[in-house]
Design a protein around this ligand. Sequence first.
Ligand SMILES: Cc1ncc(COP(=O)(O)O)c(C=O)c1O
Length: 277
Amino acid sequence: MALAYFNGKIVGMDDPVIPIDERGHQFGDGVYEVIRFYQSKPFMMKEHLDRLYASAKAIKLEIGKDQAELEELMLELAAKSGLEDADLYMQATRGVAPRNHLFPKCPASISMTVKPARHLPAEVRSQGVKVVLLKDERWQNCYIKSLNLLPNILAKQEAFEQNCFEAVLVRDGFITEGSSTNTFIVKEGKIQTAPLSNHILAGITRLAVKEIAGELHLPFVEKSFTAEELYAADEVFLSSTSSEVLAITSADGRKIGGGRPGAVTKKLYENFQLKTK
Ligand SMILES: Cc1ncc(COP(=O)(O)O)c(C=O)c1O
C-alpha cells in the first residue's frame, strides 16, 4: 500500500498535511531524492544519502537528522508499505514559517512517499525512445538536487508534446543531461558522458553505469560532447533511478544506430539488472 510521511507522522497519500506556510510549497526551498527499492532492498542507499546531504549543505539546509537516522526512517516507511518494488520519494525543506525570503529559525520539514515502482512498458524498453534536444535553461547549480524543477518540467513537457520521451539539454554547444536523466553516447565501443560539474546532476544510476563499464572493461570517458557527436553516435542511452538504462534510438527525428537499441546499451542494462538482485 502506498504510504506517506510528514514530520514524524505516517499518513495516507491523500491526507492534507502540508501547512500553507511550508517553504517547499511556497519557495521550492529544499532538496530531494528518489530511491528505488528492489525486492524490499534500497538500491545504492548510501550514495543517495551522501548526495542528499551534499545538496542540503549546498543550500545551507540543516536536515536535523543524521544519515543513519534518516536511513532508518526511510527503511521503516518502506517496510510499513509492504511494497517490495517501490519508489521512495523524500524531500527536506527549510520548514514551516511565515512567508519571508530570509531563512527562518525553525526545524526542517521532512516528507516522504513510498509507492509501487513504475515500470516502463516492455516495448519501450525493447524499441528504445525518442528524444528532442532543447536549450538548457536551468540555473548554474544543477549538481544540487533542488526542488526547483520548473525548467526541467517545461523541457519534459515540450519533449512530450513533440512525441518524445525525454528532452536532452544543450548548454553552450554541449550536451549536459536530460530533464531527469543523464545522457550517454557510445562510439566505436567507447562510452562517453558529460563530466561531473555544476551543470549536471551526479546521477546515482550514472555512477552504477560507470562501475559496470569498469567491471566489463568497457572504455568509459567523462568528456563533454556536442549535438553533432550525439547524432553520429553508434548508440545513445539515458540513465536514471526510474528508467534505469534505456536506449535512445532517435534524436531530433534522426535515427541513431539504425533506430534499434545497441549491443553496449543492452549489455549495460542486463548488468544493471544483475546489480539490483
Ligand atoms: C536532472 C537529472 N539528471 C539526472 C538524473 C538521474 O539521477 P539518478 O540516476 O540518481 O536518478 C535525475 C534524476 O532525477 C535528474 O533529475
